[in-house]
Write a protein that binds this ligand. Structure first.
Ligand code: C5P
Length: 231
């Protein structure tokens, strides 16, 4: 199994996020800094996580005119973010601008396109069935690959179709991961860690099921064990 677990540090302050990250050193290799934490704390939280030897996923979901996204992606790469996100809906010129920004920064940040948020049901996304969503996501993946992006964010329900459409080197990052019996919270297209790995996911993003667990370390271990079940 080559899939990596990413913990979403969805907290309002570094004082809450960083102690949890510290407790999970050596267990979870990637930490995700999203809109809430970055808006509150800014770049220093990325530096602190890098200093703890984590790989950092700066998930700011850029979606703006190409020039603005180029600058934002350049800033993310200059910070040492190992991965970042743009919205697929921003189109080809925006995606290429993001890649250009990363190139100018000279740090190999992976830029992933968000396809359809895992928190939306097929109906909310404008489709009637899971199958239609899968088809649409696979088509977005093909486009993203053509634009030169290394991967796509999608649900584990779509990962196999994305891989089939694009080839195994195009990376799949899947949020909306839940252990059996856990709450879906606001997510709608969820799978277990084992299902995501089996479908070919390269990165599994989990937040609340680990971060809000009574014992986050045990929850992370349970997720990793479930991921390993596939082999
Ligand atoms: O707590 P939970 O496991 O639902 O957290 C999922 C994380 O993944 C959140 O930080 C969310 O912002 C992020 N994410 C997502 N769906 C996407 C892209 C990112 O849930 N399509």
């Amino acid at each position: 199994m080559n899939a990596s677990l990413v913990l979403a540090l969805d907290f309002p302050s570094a004082d809450e996020a960083l102690p949890l990250a510290r407790r999970l050193r050596g267990v979870v290799p990637w930490m995700k800094v999203g809109l809430e934490l970055f808006t509150a704390e800014g770049p220093r939280v990325v530096s602190e996580l890098k200093n703890m030897d984590f790989k950092v996923f700066l998930d700011l979901k850029f979606h703006d005119i190409p020039n603005t996204v180029k600058g934002a992606a350049k800033s993310a790469a200059s910070l040492g973010a190992d991965m970042t996100t743009i919205h697929h809906a921003g189109g080809e010129r925006m995606a290429k601008a993001a890649l250009e920004g990363v190139r100018e920064a000279g740090y190999p940040t992976l830029v992933f396109a968000i396809s359809i948020l895992t928190s939306t049901s097929p109906l909310e996304a404008g489709y009637t069935t899971d199958g239609e969503v899968t088809k649409a996501v696979a088509a977005k993946a093909l486009q993203a690959r053509t634009w030169g992006l290394p991967g796509l964010v999608c649900s584990g329900l779509e990962a196999a179709a994305v891989k089939a459409a694009t080839g195994k080197d195009f990376l799949c990052l899947c949020p909306g991961i839940r252990l059996e019996g856990g709450s879906d919270d606001d997510q709608r297209r969820v799978v277990t860690p084992a299902m995501a790995v089996k479908a070919g996911a390269d990165f599994l993003v989990m937040g609340r099921p680990i971060a809000r667990a009574a014992d986050p370390r045990a929850a992370a271990m349970a997720a990793l064990e479930n991921m390993a079940k596939v082999c």
